[in-house]
Design a protein around this ligand. Sequence first.
Ligand SMILES: [Zn+2]
Length: 104
Amino acid sequence: MPGDMTLSDMRELLATHHVKSLTGERAEIFCLRAHGMEVGALMAHFCKSESGIRHDLQLMQTAVFGALGVESDPYLSGLWLAMHATCCAADVIAATQTVAIFAA
Ligand SMILES: [Zn+2]
């Protein structure tokens, strides 16, 4: 990651980095995790193992950040999702509207 990148540079980079519209279960896991749903709750909701959930999250981070030359990071993933709520992430946000993210 370039050492001379400013916060402004990073925001510009993330905001202008559009990807193919996110859809499908893996994207839903990525979206819900970014909204605070814990891995354990994701495991129960999707009937998947912890390693399966973590694998999906890693693949999504790689898909979003792989082309940027920026190290993928969960915080950046959340920021990117928020910036792309009306474009790339609009479909997956719509698809997960009614999931109870803090259900036991
Ligand atoms: Zn976008």
